[in-house]
Structure formats: structure tokens, C-alpha cells
Design a protein around this ligand. Structure first.
Ligand code: HEC
Length: 216
């Protein structure tokens, strides 16, 4: 891209301003940099390459959603980092739900505790070990959302079939618009204020009714 641009710019100096404006127009729509979901002709999601420039929602460390899940060996950790495109984030802050075309990225990265001056806790280190996406497109996906995995390879990935556990868990437990905003501390108050928390989530957090006092 840069090389192509500098060649174009070089040519523009010779040929004139018309070509320069053409080069600028080419720059304005780079195919890989996009903040709405991009699909190839087979309907596979093209992994966004610029998600690290998006809005960071939160990190989880060593999260597990099942009771009795295996505990990782000492000093092995997994972080997950969640990102939303800027425009989608602004829309969520306004509406408490995501606009069509939203692609949310969950990136996994390993964590270690030994390194530099660190004495306690763990920090993220190394390249991403996994990347998944949750994409809203009401015309394309049954229920409005599709999941995609294996994106760390950088290659387009097919939609994960609807029978996968991704869909059921997100529908049944995620706080707003099938996304886990209960773990994104800036967005939970937004969804609460906009009244977009799901009925399932509200039922889940409802305090247990007090046990009635035993009959005297
Ligand atoms: C048992 C429940 C459960 C299952 C199954 C599950 N997830 Fe999630 N997912 C979560 C939780 C909890 C979070 C919040 C993570 C955090 O706080 O860092 C999350 C967050 C995400 C996010 C970030 C955006 C969002 O929707 O909040 C993506 C992307 C994602 N999951 C993809 C997947 C994919 C792909 C699958 C299936 C292969 C899957 N998930 C299966 C519980 C689940």
C-alpha cells in the first residue's frame, strides 16, 4: 500500500494533480481496514486487521464458563481481550444495542508472571493465540448474529453453525443484545440506563427470595 502510494505520488508529481486525486481516492477505501463486517463471495468473514485500533471493552483472565474446568498449570494464563469498532461503540452508548454490521472481536493472548520487574500477578505476552468474532447482520444471520472462529490465521472463516454452543450460551446468558456486557464495565451501565438488558439476564441476577422463617 505505502509503496503503491509513493509510486502514485511520484507519478503525480510528473503527470499532475488529476492522478494525485485518484491516489487519494484509492487511499480512502482500503479493503482491509473496515469497521463493519466484511465477507468474501462465499460468505466467509474476512478478519479485520485493524481491530487493535478499535475501542477496548475489557480483558478477562483465565475465564472459564464450566464448573470444574481444568486449572491451567502454574504460571500459564489466558487473557481474552474484547474490541468494538468505534462507530459501533458510539451507537451502543447511544442506544444500548449494536447496529447492523457490528463485528466484535475476542482475542486470546497468553499470560505469564515472570518477566522484567514483575513480582506478582500476570501480564499479557506474545502473539495472539486465538481470535473469534461475533457479528450482527439481521439480513444475513438467523437471530441477527453469527459467530466466527479461527481468525488468528488471518484467513477468511466460515460462520460457525447455529447448533454450536456459542449461540445458546450468548442468547441465554449475555446481558444485552446477545453480548456479554455484564463483563464490559463501561457498557453495563449504558444498557441498564437504556433498558436493553435481556429478560434472561435480569432473571439471572434477581436476588434469591428470602427463605421464609420456619413456622414457630
Ligand atoms: C458458556 C458460555 C459461552 C460460550 C459457549 C461461548 N461464549 Fe463467547 N463469551 C462468553 C463470555 C462470558 C464472554 C465475555 C468474555 C470476557 O468478559 O472477556 C464472551 C465473549 C465473546 C465475544 C466478545 C463479544 C461478545 O459477544 O460479548 C466473542 C466474539 C465470543 N464470545 C465468541 C464466541 C464463540 C465464537 C463461541 C463458540 C465457539 C463462544 N463465544 C462461546 C461466554 C460464552
Amino acid at each position: 500500500m505505502t509503496m503503491k502510494l509513493s509510486i502514485l505520488l511520484g507519478a503525480a508529481g510528473v503527470v499532475g494533480a488529476v492522478l494525485l486525486s485518484g491516489a487519494v481516492a484509492t487511499m480512502a477505501q482500503p479493503a482491509a481496514l473496515s469497521d463493519t463486517a466484511q465477507f468474501d463471495a462465499q460468505g466467509r468473514l474476512i478478519p479485520p486487521t485493524d481491530y487493535r485500533d478499535w475501542v477496548f471493552l475489557s480483558s478477562g483472565i483465565d475465564m472459564s464458563y464450566s464448573e470444574g474446568a481444568a486449572v491451567a498449570p502454574a504460571d500459564t494464563h489466558t487473557f481474552d481481550n474484547v474490541f468494538a469498532p468505534r462507530a459501533a461503540y458510539a451507537a451502543f452508548k447511544r442506544d444500548g444495542k449494536w447496529p447492523n454490521g457490528t463485528v466484535l472481536i475476542l482475542e486470546n493472548r497468553g499470560g505469564v508472571s515472570k518477566g522484567s520487574i514483575n513480582k506478582r500477578g500476570a501480564f499479557q505476552s506474545g502473539l495472539p493465540t486465538g481470535m473469534e468474532a461475533h457479528v450482527k447482520d439481521e439480513a444475513r444471520f438467523k437471530g441477527g448474529w453469527g459467530f466466527f472462529g479461527g481468525l488468528a490465521s488471518g484467513k477468511p472463516a466460515p460462520m460457525i453453525p447455529y447448533a454450536a454452543t456459542c449461540y445458546a450460551c450468548h442468547q441465554q446468558h449475555a446481558a444485552a443484545d446477545t453480548t456479554f456486557v455484564q463483563f464490559y464495565p463501561i457498557l453495563l451501565p449504558v444498557a441498564t440506563e437504556r433498558g436493553t438488558l435481556s429478560a434472561a439476564y435480569l432473571a439471572e441476577i434477581k436476588p434469591e427470595p428470602a427463605t421464609p422463617a420456619p413456622h414457630p
